[in-house]
Design a protein around this ligand. Structure first.
Ligand code: DQA
Length: 147
């Protein structure tokens, strides 16, 4: 079982970016912890970050045949990107949308998601644990489906 983790714009700055909102862990630390947890769950994990919408679209397209499920924190593109939505629907892989912060407790524009209605589910507000919960959720879904 192969999982692709996608991090969108500005998430390369985690650790120093608005730590009151997003916590003190760097993206490298989050990826390392995700990899450890993936190992324990017996799944292969690939992580990718880009600040560029088109690069994320390319990476989603590439996932077809290379991954069984996707975790995506699309950052601000969550609230704007029809292109990311279309790419996810095109590859038709199950995905979980996640956010470190509780987007529903923030500005109104963050409460729109172009990805949420076609996701397996959405996890937000638990800081780095949102990533770990999302990993468990997608792996649980895939294991149940493969039984
Ligand atoms: C975020 C929430 C988004 O609204 C914001 O643009 C981000 C990070 C989060 O993880 O909480 O970049 O996706």
């Amino acid at each position: 079982m192969r999982i692709l983790v996608l991090h969108g714009p500005n998430l390369n700055l985690l650790g120093s970016r608005e730590p009151g909102l997003y916590g003190s862990h760097s993206l490298a630390e989050i990826n390392a912890e995700l990899s450890q947890r993936a190992l324990l769950l017996g799944v292969e994990l690939t992580c990718y970050q880009s600040n560029h919408e088109g690069a994320l679209v390319d990476r989603i397209q590439q996932a077809s045949g290379e991954a069984d499920g996707i975790l995506i924190n699309a950052g601000a593109y969550t609230h704007t990107s029809i292109a990311l939505r279309d790419a996810l629907l095109a590859v038709a892989l199950p995905y979980v949308e996640l956010h470190l912060s509780n987007v529903h407790a923030r500005e109104e524009f963050r409460q729109t998601s172009y990805l949420a209605d076609r996701a397996l589910g959405v996890i937000c507000g638990f800081g780095v644990a949102s990533y770990y919960l999302a990993l468990e959720a997608v792996v649980g879904h895939l294991k149940a489906k493969n039984q």
